[in-house]
Design a protein around this ligand. Structure first.
Ligand code: HEM
Length: 244
């Protein structure tokens, strides 16, 4: 079944239009040439501000409806955030609490680290510490090496992935609140700048996230931690994008 995407186009530098489609580039062209929604006809400039895979058609319609209910300032907030946390079943926007899993059932909460993810080294611990993150990164590059949709981003890397794996592992340890292993070995890093020389579009960003999604399946992390990680990682992934 084809994947459905939610997209947001800004016209004439101010109005936001939200739609859904299975083919964002084709739909974008249709809007520009006046073949799309009436709302867009006669407008002069068109900028694709956001696109995001949302699942099947029914879920995409629900997500579209939920997003259209937001105020303009909220829409801009999510566009800037780079990823909109639609609930995987209802299509509604998830709250911060749902994402971070703070609203787990009481019994579950008692057996888990009570600190919300993102506090001190709670995320680093939830990811299994250095060993867990090493395993995650190995599975991530394994996915990049095998998934057909990741071929383009795989080809951006060196044939030998050893250094890339070491760098990502070390970076993630510090990023999740654990020891700053990247800085120790390689010095300071700014993620957007480290990717500035690469040609990274929406599809590359999504392929990177797809590899992470695949890697997470090999781990025995709590379900809410997987969701939290995907949401959080979308922020740097979006900032690595170097073109529309
Ligand atoms: C958005 C999609 C992304 C693509 C296509 C991508 C691709 C790449 C490539 C090709 C390199 C090697 C660059 C080189 O040696 O010339 C690299 C390096 C790196 N990436 Fe990414 N990356 C993406 C997102 C991310 C994200 C979200 C993170 C962190 C959460 C990340 C962390 C790193 C780190 C730490 C390095 C090493 C940088 C260095 O050598 O100093 N990347 N990436």
């Amino acid at each position: 079944m084809a994947d459905w995407f939610l997209y947001i186009i800004e016209t004439d530098g101010q109005r936001l239009y939200t739609g859904i489609t299975t083919d964002v580039p084709r739909r974008f062209e249709e809007h520009k040439t006046g073949k799309g929604a009436r709302f867009m006809r006669g407008r002069k400039t068109f900028t694709l501000r956001h696109q995001q895979k949302v699942g099947n058609r029914s879920l995409a319609s629900k997500a579209e409806y939920a997003f259209k209910q937001l105020k303009r300032s909220e829409k801009l907030y999510w566009i800037h955030h780079g990823w909109i946390p639609f609930h995987p079943e209802t299509g509604k926007l998830m709250s911060e609490l749902e994402i971070s899993g703070v609203n787990m059932s009481d019994t579950e909460q008692q057996t888990k680290d009570p600190r919300p993810y993102g506090t001190e080294d709670a995320s680093f611990q939830a990811a299994g510490g250095e060993e867990g993150i090493k395993k995650l990164v190995d599975a991530f590059y394994q996915a990049m090496d095998t998934l057909p949709e990741a071929k383009r981003i795989r080809d951006m890397h060196d044939e030998d992935l050893t250094v890339s794996a070491d760098k990502l592992y070390r970076f993630l340890c510090g990023w999740l609140g654990g020891p700053k292993l990247f800085r120790e070995k390689y010095g300071p890093i700014a993620i957007p700048r480290a990717h500035g020389h690469l040609d990274i579009g929406f599809e590359d960003r999504d392929a990177w996230m797809r590899c992470m999604e695949e890697a997470l399946k090999t781990q025995d992390y709590a379900e809410d931690f997987n969701a939290y990680l995907m949401t959080q990682l979308m922020v740097p992934a979006e900032r690595c994008r170097t073109r529309d």
